[in-house]
Design a protein around this ligand. Structure first.
Ligand code: TMP
Length: 207
């Protein structure tokens, strides 16, 4: 495959969406063809799955939740991401398999290795070329969410110890794969973060 697959990860409220949009704009202006996607919800099927996963009232068993995210991922990768990468496009995506390891593995306390294997099976082994982790404490994430909205989805509504486990898991994943990850403090100004991300992506493009 000739394209570039860049994912953004981080806790709720870490500013992933803002930064992935800024990177998309920057690359598009430089003449690249960019596909912006997200999980869950990057496809029509994914939008329906997202509604179930995030807004269904009542309990969803942790394994069922992991499988719903994996179903969204399988369809997104097969129908949008892989075709784009095969065309040579750049795919920028909000969240990917590291989110499953952090949220369903560490957060829901499923076996992280099994969750990762499930995602890799769903995505036929596709790994990102670069993963930008916007690191934020659970407390700061909560404050940001509280200032921007009145209602929370099923995952956002989890207690702070859940979100602390998610954060620690992301940091552990980044430590285990330092070449794939760019870890930035989400509390840095938006412009400074955007510049740091652009610098790293420019290096990748010049490889
Ligand atoms: P978003 O609001 O950043 O789009 O993400 C939706 C929520 O889904 C967020 O709380 C993180 C969670 N999530 C998982 O628990 N597992 C996953 O595999 C993914 C992709 C997201």
């Amino acid at each position: 495959m000739t394209g570039l697959f860049i994912t953004f990860e981080g806790g709720d409220g870490s500013g992933k969406t803002t930064q992935s949009r800024l990177l998309t704009e920057w690359l598009t202006q430089a003449g690249h063809t960019v596909v912006h996607s997200r999980e869950p919800g990057g496809t029509d099927l994914g939008v329906e799955l997202r509604e179930i996963i995030l807004h269904r009232r009542g309990y969803i068993a942790p394994c069922a939740e992991a499988l719903l995210y994996a179903a969204d991922r399988a369809h997104n990768i097969a129908t949008r991401v892989r075709p784009a990468l095969e065309r040579g496009d750049i795919v920028i995506q909000d969240r990917y398999l590291d989110s499953s390891v952090a949220y369903q593995g560490a957060g829901r306390v499923l076996d992280s290795a099994e969750v990762r294997e499930l995602s890799l099976w769903a995505a036929e082994g596709l790994m990102p070329d670069l993963t930008v982790l916007l690191d934020l404490s659970a407390e700061d994430g909560r404050e940001r969410l509280e200032s921007s909205r009145d209602t929370y989805d099923r995952l956002e509504a989890e207690k702070s110890d859940f979100h602390e486990r998610v954060r620690d898991s992301f940091l552990g994943l980044a430590e285990a794969e330092p070449r794939r990850f760019l870890v930035l403090a989400a509390t840095e100004p938006i412009d400074a973060l955007a510049t740091a991300i652009q610098t790293r992506v420019a290096e990748l493009l010049n490889r």
